[in-house]
Design a protein around this ligand. Structure first.
Ligand SMILES: C[S@@+](CC[C@H](N)C(=O)[O-])C[C@H]1O[C@@H](n2cnc3c(N)ncnc32)[C@H](O)[C@@H]1O
Length: 245
């Protein structure tokens, strides 16, 4: 009898998950994962080169990404102590770079990269600091030597690439052995599906993404959640600290 009950429960759960997946597929704009390299770059430029790019700081403040992100660095959930050279990939309006400057050790070197020059200009204005270097670059072809940084941060950028592997490989290449990565990616959840529709990006499955990382020698050190509520509702995306083996 308990066996039959378990089977029924599994069946019900299976159906529920299937319904959820179908709903996510309808809401999300997963076509990004089927684009070729040129198409996705055009799409990213269309999105961030237009009004949405100009609205990015406001959107990050309203979604609480900026204040909650800051809390993670302030509380040292991702500890910046000891970091000498940090690369922020896909800096946008400098949302994460600002935390690097504020909570990193004095003398920290910060390099901000983005596919779009207008986004780098916004970051430069917003950060208003002589410390960062600003370099226009594609995540999949970073113009830095192997092992140039002991810390890489990448917030909500990987989901703009059709395939995460070239981007992760590049970040792993420029990271020193033992270096740490702060990775934040839109997840295949209900809220992630809406994010993907709003910002024309794809979503990632947590387990699959971490498997890909592991195959590239990027080992999960810890999962990070903005708050307990985020953990309970699986909101805010995949936020992890990764170490290069
Ligand atoms: C959602 S914003 C993220 C901004 C910031 N990192 C944050 O944590 O809020 C995504 C940024 O990634 C940039 N981007 C998109 N595709 C990229 C690529 N292939 N290489 C580098 N930057 C890219 C966009 O121009 C945009 O500024």
């Amino acid at each position: 009898m308990p066996n039959t009950l378990n089977k029924r429960r599994a069946k019900r759960l299976g159906k529920k998950q299937l319904r959820r997946k179908v709903l996510h597929r309808i809401i999300s704009r997963d076509f990004v994962s089927r684009m070729n390299d040129d198409e996705y770059r055009r799409e990213a430029k269309r999105v961030y080169g237009g009004p949405k790019g100009a609205f990015l700081t406001v959107a990050s403040t309203l979604s609480l990404h900026i204040p909650m992100g800051e809390r993670l660095f302030r509380k040292r959930k991702f500890d910046l102590r000891g970091v000498r050279s940090a690369l922020d990939v896909g800096s946008g309006a400098g949302q994460l770079a600002k935390h690097l400057l504020k909570y990193g050790d004095p003398g920290i070197n910060v390099t901000c990269t983005d596919l779009l020059q207008p986004m780098l200009c916004r970051a430069r204005t917003r950060l208003d600091s002589p410390v960062p270097e600003f370099v226009a670059a594609d995540l999949a072809t970073l113009p830095f030597a192997d092992g140039s940084f002991d810390c890489v941060t990448c917030g909500y950028v990987l989901e703009h690439l059709p395939d995460p592997v070239p981007g992760l490989k590049e970040m792993a290449r420029v990271l020193q052995t033992g270096g740490r990565m702060f990775l934040l990616v839109t997840e295949d959840t209900f809220s992630g599906a809406w994010t993907s529709r709003l910002w024309s990006c794809r979503t990632h499955n947590r387990k699959e993404l971490l498997r890909v990382c592991e195959n590239l020698g990027l080992i999960l050190k810890q999962e990070i959640w903005f708050t307990r509520m985020h953990k309970a509702f699986r909101a805010g995306g995949i936020c992890v600290e990764i170490v290069k083996q």
